[in-house]
Write a protein that binds this ligand. Structure first.
Ligand code: FMN
Length: 363
């Protein structure tokens, strides 16, 4: 463990506890909260607990190779850092720390439209590392195009279009805990979309969110005509929508319920994964995020057909716990845990993972 990481972080749960101790109550509510009764948030984790792994023994596991290409580029493990807004709320170095740690760890990192630092600064910090730009559609399409062009110029390798937030959900915990409306949250990219951390205000019966609630699939074609970057559609939970994403030129989809922060009642990401894989795999790469905390979770998602998995809240915990060194620790913990699980399960490489790794569901 790096000397400059405080505490003995053996698991992501340790990072979570350290973050809890350091963050103010309102920021904690923003980070941890889900929508409504948080049923989907809880189920994201529970879905992993419902499944079992089916190990093989004497499989020659003295070396375990975690490498796996993601979107045509080499990665040191089938893992990416999912986008989270306002990393500056939890660490002063914010997205720059995340970018540096991801580059060192050899995994892609996705940066939000609502990053604290401008996307160009993040790109400079990430150097040769793989960075993807997450787009929230702006009320004016030309502003979306501007953001995409800036990302392309700055060397982002993919455009991640988040489609599960036509409006802000009823995030009861966050609203009650209230990152105060007057908390100054700098938005590095000059997004026109109102910050979900700052302004979760009920207006006319819906939570205000100045994105394009009227957007339809045609927006993918419009974006496609403005960029050569591969488009990853984030927030898909059904085979039908995955097929539509494919028809409209997406290169990959992220099976995600936004970490249980949007539609409460939506299925756990892991439970939605098989339907999506059946619909578009292997034509499109299928990623998953939501509740991934252990090597065994990664193994299960890959066994169900995911190419890679993302972590959201753990990045914020790691940043709060130890800045750049904290995020580096997060990445190394996930890799170490995955390597251990694969060795114990008798699968010495990512390529050796398939459906036979899954056992019966727990009763
Ligand atoms: C505090 C917070 C902020 C987030 N901000 C964004 C965002 O700006 N854009 C986006 O596409 N997803 C955002 N997400 C969703 C994550 O990208 C990801 O889907 C989710 O956190 C995965 O679940 P996990 O937190 O259980 O790992 C956010 C999630 C959290 C917890």
């Amino acid at each position: 463990m790096p000397d400059d990481v405080p505490g003995g972080f053996l698991t992501l749960g340790d990072l979570e506890s350290a973050a809890r101790a350091r963050l103010a109550d309102d920021v904690w509510a923003y980070v941890q909260g889900g929508a409504a009764e948080e049923t989907t948030l809880r189920d994201n984790r529970a879905a992993f607990h419902r499944r079992t792994l089916r190990p093989r023994v004497l499989a020659g596991v003295d070396r375990v190779d975690l490498r796996r290409p993601i979107l045509g580029r080499p990665a040191s493990a089938p893992v990416f850092l999912a986008p989270t807004a306002y990393q500056g709320l939890v660490d002063p170095e914010a997205e720059l720390a995340t970018a540096r740690a991801a580059q060192e760890g050899g995994v892609p990192a996705v940066f939000s439209t609502l990053s604290t630092r401008p996307l160009e600064e993040i790109a400079a910090a990430s150097g040769p590392g793989d960075r993807w730009f997450q787009l929230y559609l702006q009320p004016d399409f030309e502003r979306s195009v501007e953001l995409v062009s800036r990302a392309e110029v700055a060397g982002y390798r993919a455009l991640v279009l988040t489609v599960d937030m036509p409006l802000l959900a009823n995030r009861d915990r966050q609203i009650r805990g209230g990152v105060a409306v007057d908390t100054p949250v700098p938005v590095g990219n000059g997004s026109d979309v109102v910050s979900p951390a700052r302004a979760p205000v009920l207006e006319g019966g819906v939570y205000r969110w100045r994105a394009e609630a009227g957007a339809t699939w045609e927006v993918l074609d419009r974006l496609r005509s403005h960029t050569d970057l591969p488009i990853v559609v984030k927030g898909i939970l059904t085979g039908d929508d995955a097929r539509r994403a494919a028809e409209h030129g997406a290169s990959a989809v992220v099976v995600s319920n936004h970490g249980g922060r949007q539609l409460d009642g939506a299925p756990a990401a892991l439970d939605a994964l098989p339907e999506v894989v059946a619909a578009v795999g292997p034509r499109l790469e299928v990623y998953l995020d939501g509740g991934v905390r252990r090597g065994s979770d990664i193994a299960m998602a890959l066994a169900l057909g995911a190419t890679a998995v993302g972590v959201g809240r753990p990045v914020l915990w790691a940043l709060a716990a130890g800045g750049r060194a904290g995020v580096a620790r997060l990445i190394s913990l996930l890799k170490l845990d995955l390597a251990t699980v694969l060795a114990l399960a008798g699968r010495p490489s990512i390529a050796a993972i398939d459906g036979s790794l899954l056992g019966a569901a727990r009763g």
